[in-house]
Design a protein around this ligand. Sequence first.
Ligand code: OSB
Ligand code: MG
Length: 368
Amino acid sequence: IALQGFELRVLHLPLVSPFTTSFGTETVREVIVVRALTDDGDGWGEIVTGAAPLYSSEYTQSAWDVATRFLTPALLERGTLAPEDVAGVLRPFIGHRMVKAGLELAVLDAALRAEGRPLGEYLGAVRDRVPSGVSVGIQSDPAAFVDAVGGYLDEGYVRIKIKIKPGRDIAETAAVRAAFGGIPLQVDANSAYTLADVETLAELDAFDLLLIEQPLQEDDIVDHATLARHLRTPVCLDESIVSAKAAADALALGATSVINVKAGRVGGYLEAVAIHDLCRDAGVPVWCGGMLETGIGRAANAALAALPGFTLPGDVSASSRFYTRDIVTEPAVLEDGHVRVPTGPGLGVEIDQAALDDVTVERVLVRR
Ligand code: OSB
Ligand code: MG
C-alpha cells in the first residue's frame, strides 16, 4: 500500500461509570486513534495507551512522541509497504508496542479495505460471533460488586471477571460466587501482589475460578511459576506477555497455563495471531483481553477472538459497557451473550466523523 501520511488524534471518551483497577480509577478514557492515508483510501487503528503509565510503561504522551518523531516517519520513509512489513520496519525502535500495534492496524485496515477483504478472514477467524465476557472494576464493597455483576448477568454476559487488589479480594470474590452460583468467574489483580501474598491468593482456590490474571508484576515470570505451584486456580498472564517469545518463555517456565492475548500489549494483531498459533500448538487456551477499546479496536478484537484457539470468552463486551457514544456508526452490541464479528472490508466498521470530532482533543498530521 502506498502511504501518504498518518493522522493521529487524542480522544477523551467519557465512561458510563468509573472504572477502578488495582492501579487506579478512570472516568474518561484517553486514547489515540490513527488514520493511515494511502493512495487507495484510509485505514483506521487505535493506540490503546492510557493517560498515565500505570498498566504498563506506555502512556499518551510517550505514544504521541514516539509515533510522531520516529515510528510514522520510518513507515513514511518506506513509502510503499505491505501490512506484514510494518513490524519489521518498526523493529529497530525498542518497546512502544501499543503504538506499533495501532499503526500496524491502520495500515492493515487500509490494505484490506482496498482489497475488499474482512479482517476476520485475513486473521483466520472461524466464527461469526464471539462469546462476550465483561470486566467489572473494583466496587465500594462486596454488596456493590454483587449489584454490578447482577446487572451484567441480566444483560447476558456469559463470563464475569472482577478486578481485585490486596484487601479487596477474598470477601468480594466470595460474595459474587455466593450470589450467582456456578457462573464462569475469574479475577484480575493487575500486578498488585507479591509472592509474600501466596496464602491470601491460595484462599481464592475455594471459589472455583476459571483463572487468576496477572497476580504479580510484569517482570516476575519466575515468581509466577513459583506461585502457580502453590495454587489450584490457573495462573493467566496479561501484562507479562509482551511478545510471542515472552509467551513461549512463560509457558516453558510454568509461569502461566492460560494466556490473555491483547494486540496492543504485544505490538500488533499479527503478533497476537502468532501467540494464538503457538498456544494452540501447545494445547494452551487463550482469550482476547481488552483495553476499553473504541469501536475501532473492539471490531478488531472481535475478529481476533474468532480464531479457533480462543476457547475462553474474552473481554470483548458491547460498546455500551463503557461508552454512551462510540466513534463508529454501528458499535458492538450484545446479542444473546455474543458480539458479532464484522464482515465488511477491513475492520468492517465505519467511522462516525461527527462523533470522532466531538471527542478529539488533539490532532496532528504527519505527511511524507
Ligand atoms: O488488565 O485486562 C486488563 C482495562 C484496562 C487496562 C487493563 C485491563 C483492562 C480490563 C478491561 O480489564 C477490559 C475491557 O473490557 O476492555
Ligand atoms: Mg488484565
